[in-house]
Design a protein around this ligand. Structure first.
Ligand SMILES: [Zn+2]
Length: 535
């Protein structure tokens, strides 16, 4: 038997099985029992809230042969409507049949009474997609349909329907399904198909389903496809390609601290893990929504699905942020998310949003921003004594010159341009030390944490490879500091040179110790001059 998606398999077959629409199902059940159904219905609501399911159940209800509860689900009519073989229930997707001709055909077929059932039921999905001409044609039919005809129109965008259509239909608004209702439904299904799921995994699915049972069940489906045994929150995170709470809290902290570059470098990090930009923005908007909630309710635990520790962090973060700044973030990210849908470069739009959020007063081009941050940092640096990373004596003698006390060794083989071996670990360690210090001076240099390698060192220069133009540029802007720190750790004053182009995979994890770096450096510079400085 071929695999049937959960949301199809578990589509409600009667009104009792429907989730979260009791305000509608009660009325429809009554109408069917009392034989007082109308001739035209309009079902409105976001996707996945049960509109088409309700339409089919209603079609069954009016055609059910049972004398008791309708629809019975047992009689011939109920069964063949369930199997979609019943000739008198006609489903039409207005998205692909939106022309006047389609509606004319429909009007033509209305002339013929039902073949088998009591009523001919036309279900027109996404009815807002009809053309104006088609609407007008439909209108005439809705005005005075034969008594054996029922129309059920469904739409996700009711505001696009002409008032003339609205006024001729009984309108029902399907509401978005709450997370609690969604979880209840998923638990019910999981119990029946013998699947174990962590409570937090279900919560995460419910949160991401955005009020749609269909979305929730198709996420569940994907989780079942990859998981074995109990399905964990971690697996759901993987399926969703979503970022976890931890990450959102950290990123939002960076924004609040106006630390643009670190925020952007966090984004780079998560995007290289293959996260989807759209999903990411959705999650982030949701995070700001949670912050908003933290401001207006004390009982955050019941509406936010997070670990207790992260709820505490969320509360603390909420206190730091003003209501307008949270609102602004939600607006800005929603706007960006909408634009990104049509963009071939959604990541750039996300970055621009980050710049705007973290530095609203600044020139919003990235170049302008880098420029200003570099200037700011330089100002801070020259205005103050360097704190601790560079020895006091050096700091007071800026710009650093070759000090008399230090003898620079002759490089024995002048022609040897020191080539970095592939997978070189020692230079990576050296670079890590340089950056660790650099960050203390200028936090934005965290950006150079990855994507840079020391490619080679010769008598006069150390050559860096940067993965991108922007990193190269940023290195050059901070040349003095990097050279200074190189000197601090390699005990040699060389000039920085930087070119772009390198592959990340060249760097591998290692467990090298400082002694090995020392050995390597000794072989370059001579024994006496090497000491690895620990912070
Ligand atoms: Zn029946």
């Amino acid at each position: 038997m071929s695999y049937k998606a959960i949301y199809r398999q578990w589509r409600p077959k009667n009104f009792d099985e429907m989730v979260g629409q009791e305000h509608i199902t009660k009325i429809l059940i009554n109408q069917i029992q009392m034989n007082q159904t109308g001739h035209a219905y309009l079902f409105c609501g976001t996707r996945g809230t049960g509109k088409t399911s309700a339409a089919k159940i209603l079609a069954k209800g009016v055609n059910c042969l049972s004398t008791n509860q309708k629809p019975c689900g047992e009689c011939d009519n109920c069964k063949s409507i369930q199997d979609e073989t019943f000739m008198d229930v006609i489903e039409m997707d207005a998205a692909s049949n939106n022309g006047v001709d389609n509606i004319r055909d429909l009007r033509e077929s209305i002339k013929y009474p039902p073949a088998k059932g009591k009523y001919k039921v036309y279900i027109i999905d996404e009815v807002h997609m009809l053309s104006t001409g088609a609407f007008n044609a439909l209108l005439k039919t809705l005005e005075e349909p034969p008594s054996y005809i029922k129309f059920i129109l469904a739409t996700t965008e009711v505001h696009k329907l002409p008032a003339t259509i609205l006024s001729r239909c009984q309108r029902f608004d399907f509401r978005r399904i709450t997370e609690q209702e969604m979880m209840k439904r998923m638990k019910y299904i999981c119990t029946h198909i013998h699947i174990d799921m962590e409570e937090s995994a279900l919560m995460l699915i419910a949160k991401n389903a955005d009020g749609s049972v269909r979305d929730a069940l198709s996420i569940l489906d994907q989780c079942l496809a990859i998981g074995e045994g109990t399905i964990t929150r971690e697996e759901v995170i993987n399926v969703l390609g979503t970022a976890d709470d931890e990450f959102m809290l950290t990123l939002t902290d960076r924004i609040a601290e106006r630390d643009t570059l670190n925020a952007i470098s966090l984004i780079h990090e998560i995007m290289t893990q293959g996260k989807d930009v759209q999903q990411f923005m959705k999650d982030w908007i949701y995070h700001y929504r949670n912050l908003l909630m933290s401001k207006i309710t004390k009982d955050l635990e019941s509406i936010v699905s997070m670990s207790p520790e992260n709820i505490e962090r969320l509360k603390a973060q909420g206190q730091k942020l003003s209501m307008p700044s949270i609102n602004n973030a939600i607006m800005e990210l929603s706007k960006t998310s909408a634009e990104a849908k049509w963009s071939s470069q959604p990541k750039i739009l996300l970055e621009m949003a980050i710049v705007k959020l973290s530095a609203p007063e600044m020139n919003t081009s990235l170049d302008g921003l880098l420029e200003r941050i570099t200037i700011l940092e330089e100002t801070i640096r020259t205005g103050h004594q360097l704190k601790s990373t560079i020895s006091d004596e050096k700091a007071s003698e800026k710009p650093v010159k070759k000090e008399k006390g230090i003898e620079y060794p002759k490089v024995e083989n002048q022609d040897t341009h020191f080539q970095l071996k592939e997978n070189n670990k020692d230079y990576q360690k050296l670079w890590d030390k340089i950056i660790a210090d650099a960050r203390k001076e200028r936090p934005s240099l965290t950006m150079l944490n990855n994507g840079i390698i020391i490619k080679s060192i010769d008598e006069n220069t150390f050559l860096l490879h940067a993965e991108s133009e922007s990193k190269k540029e940023y290195l050059n802007r901070n040349k003095d500091l990097i050279e200074e720190l190189f000197e601090k750790h390699a005990l040699r004053r060389l000039k920085l040179q930087c070119v772009t182009g390198f592959a990340k995979s060249q760097i591998k994890e290692d467990n090298n110790n400082d002694d090995e770096i020392k050995k390597e450096l000794e072989s370059i510079f001579g024994r006496e001059n090497i000491s690895i400085v620990e912070e």
